[in-house]
Design a protein around this ligand. Sequence first.
Ligand code: GUN
Length: 283
Amino acid sequence: MSALLLAGKPAADALLERLKPDIKKLDPKLVVVQVGEDPASSSYIKQKMKSCEAVGMRHEHLHLDAAISKEKLFEEIDQLNNDSDVTGFIVQLPLPSHLQEFVPDVIKAIDPKKDVDGFGAYNLGKMFLSTEFEHLPPATPSGIIELLNFYKIDPAGKHVVVVGRSNIVGKPIAVMLLNRDATVTITHSKTKDLVSLTKQADILIAAVGKPHLITADMVKPGVVIIDVGMNRTEDGKLVGDCDFDSLEKIASAITPVPGGVGPLTVASLMRNCVTAKKRQMEV
Ligand code: GUN
């Protein structure tokens, strides 16, 4: 069996195309704050800016010095909160080591109406209620849902096993799938007998950041594999959390890395900017 390739680009392009009329009409503006020079962050931000350009969304890359003080960073956040021309902004993570302990405070400081990353308690909390309240959901889980929709993979009644329990992927995707009637198991580094659970998955979502953690002997034939991992190997290659070569022979569908979930994360961020602008205009 050869698996269906769940390429992200056509799904992301379709979403971006749908957003274009609203972008033209509402003219939202996204600001991406980068602190320091983390190379992975620089590459992600480049993709976000490129995508804004492609759909005609106003955008700004606010690049702050790696040595910026905590106080100055919070001043910048305050300014963005109070700038009525800025629809939404994100602070790209990770932060430099001297600021890393303040990440929860940084997230808390962002006005929930402008929190287009959907990382804050207000937007996450609403997401728990039902699909109807997923107003600004985190971009990667939201992108996974979009990918499943695009390829007509209905999670209702399926057993989804999520590997990884991060606040930005594992936990929120579990909730969003529960909202869509999936039966969800979340596994993590302390899970006993991981394989006995992954073997039950109709849909397996890997988001741990461990190259090739999931191999073909850990899943059942026909599984759908969503690989959120983005790991840089020593020879500079990007690989996911799943062993693509062995899994594509047994899975019914699988995302490539790169080119799977990534483009949808970016497109979902754009969608959140449009949603944020619409909701700001309602008030
Ligand atoms: N670092 C990796 N992914 C993300 C993301 O989606 N948002 C932010 N702010 N930082 C990230």
